[in-house]
Ligand binder design. Structure first.
Ligand code: MG
Length: 275
């Protein structure tokens, strides 16, 4: 099933996307997708009420935490001239950075001059995970969505700590929907790409991951608890602007599309702001 959160007339609804239409999932009004995931109460079928006219998708959920993985694609490691990590490189993005499809990525020019794109397969945790072995890890996945790990490179590399450069407001687009694992049984065979103003800048496959989804979840859960509704961003492939010659950076008016096969395309326009 393809599950999302839609807004209509100021009301938020958990929806199912089918044949390009949004159908109500029959959850009680005001119930968020995260609450349904936490309670394990997701309806198996949309209610047969016909499509929701005038509804638009927003971020599928507000995660409790966003765990992110750096340097997890072999092609990205080659482009960055880095060493293959011996274990997953884990960092965090604050959940306050999450936005949904169609919402603007806002660049505050008093904070950063170098803003980059990173398409990522995003895993939504479905069941509490603490010290779960790799062989059981995928059974804890609620579903998969697309993430853009937008990064202020000057802050990321200048702070000595990545969290600020990765967590500026609007720097974590997620969506458009969450696809359940029955529709994506193997997360290591998915094409993923980024287009900036229609030009393809990233184009790879999750087969290039150094540590696969199951291994990442097991590794994280060995160190800290993953809660239902947490999101794990699994790293980005080659093609970031930072490593191009000359370097490239997002600017006001740019349109960034990140997509993962079988999930969909997440589109956000860039807006520049000064305080
Ligand atoms: Mg990343």
């Amino acid at each position: 099933m393809r599950i999302g959160t839609a807004e209509r007339d100021g009301e938020r609804l958990v929806v199912c996307e089918r044949d390009g239409q949004l159908l109500p999932l029959g959850a009680p009004p005001g119930t968020s997708l995260r609450e349904l995931v936490e309670r394990g109460e997701l309806p198996a079928q949309p209610v047969d009420d016909g499509p929701l006219d005038g509804a638009r998708l927003i971020a599928p959920l507000r995660p409790g935490k966003v765990v992110a993985i750096g340097l997890n694609y072999l092609d990205h490691i080659r482009e960055a001239a880095m060493e293959r990590p011996a274990r997953p490189l884990v960092f965090a993005k604050f959940p306050s950075s999450v936005i949904g499809p169609g919402e603007p990525i806002r660049i505050d020019r008093s904070l950063t001059q170098r803003v980059d794109w990173e398409v990522e397969l995003a895993v939504v945790v479905g069941r509490r995970m603490r010290d779960v072995p790799e062989g059981d890890a995928l059974a804890h996945v609620f579903g998969y969505t697309v993430g853009n790990d937008v990064s202020a490179r000057d802050l990321q590399f200048g702070d000595g700590q990545w969290v600020r450069g990765k967590s500026l407001d609007t720097f974590c687009p997620l969506g458009p929907v969450v696809v359940t694992p029955d529709e994506l049984p193997d997360p290591q065979t998915l094409g993923l790409r980024t287009r900036v103003n229609g030009e393809t800048v990233q184009d790879s496959s999750t087969a290039e991951m150094v540590f696969g989804v199951a291994e990442l979840l097991a590794f994280c859960s060995r160190s800290f608890t993953l809660e239902p509704g947490d999101v794990v961003l699994t790293g980005t492939p080659w093609g970031c602007g930072e490593f191009m010659d000359p370097q490239r950076s997002l600017a006001g008016g740019d349109v960034v599309e990140v997509e993962v096969d079988g999930i969909g395309t997440l589109r956000n326009e860039v807006v520049e702001e000064s305080p």
